[in-house]
Unconditional design. Structure first.
Length: 237
């Protein structure tokens, strides 16, 4: 890879390498070299782990009121091949990938190649500049996606949204009261009411307790004016 291209890429990512050979290796697909260890595959392996650690730590710090399951869903969304490919294409990384003649123009592998390239680049930055440099790069490129994942998770999980509001503004935790249940054992419906301190909100029915609690939390959020009534009632499973 020409030095001019490497410098152009450094300008794009906002990081200058001490070892540009390492950067060049990050952009070398196995189809372009005789031995797989000369390609970026090993860097992909390392970069995937580094990305996961930094994303997990960031979510842990930014979302103190989310439960483990919520954090896991957000993390899975952010480190997925789809998201990594989106980030890579947004930076234009795919334009710099060095592939063999048989791979050129192969659109079927574009997402996998782009995602792997981003992971390899993260590893290269980590090896060249350390954990802080890799973290800075990831947070710059993933920041808006992290915010979007937080909003998407909150809007799909009304219980988490209500809990976050109650803890931050009222220094308490919502409780859910089972008011009624109907139907045979194999086909029951449950009525649940959300309560925050002395405030009890309109109850809701669901085909299971979890669904009823989500609907009850939604009713509470509407009553509190936190969300508008025209928000789709998508119930988190």
């Amino acid at each position: 890879m020409e030095q001019e291209a490497l410098q152009q890429f450094e300008n794009i990512i906002g990081y200058e390498f001490s070892d540009r050979d390492l950067l060049a290796k990050a952009f070398t697909h196995s189809s372009a070299v005789e031995g797989r260890t000369l390609s970026n595959e090993r860097l992909e392996f390392l970069g995937d782990s580094i990305l996961s650690v930094i994303i997990c730590h960031t979510l842990f710090e930014r979302s103190p009121n989310y439960q483990e399951g919520d954090l896991t869903k957000m993390k899975s969304m952010l480190v997925s091949r789809r998201t990594c490919a989106k980030v890579a294409r947004g930076l234009g990384l795919h334009k710099f990938l060095w592939v063999g003649k048989g791979m050129a123009g192969n659109q079927a592998l574009s997402r996998s190649l782009a995602a792997g390239l981003l992971e390899a680049l993260i590893a290269a930055i980590y090896i060249d500049g350390g954990f802080e440099a890799a973290s800075d790069f990831i947070l710059r490129t993933f920041d808006s996606l992290i915010d979007d994942a937080d909003v998407e998770q909150a809007q799909g999980n009304f219980k988490s949204m209500l809990q976050q509001y109650a803890q931050q503004n009222l220094e308490t935790t919502p409780i859910y009261v089972l008011l009624d249940e109907k139907g045979p054992d194999h086909d029951k419906c449950f009525e649940v009411q959300a309560a925050v301190r002395n405030n009890r909100f309109p109850s809701a029915w669901g085909t299971n307790k979890k669904e009823a609690e989500q609907r009850a939390a939604f009713n509470a959020l509407v009553e509190l004016g936190i969300i508008e009534v025209d928000v789709p009632q998508e119930i988190a499973e």
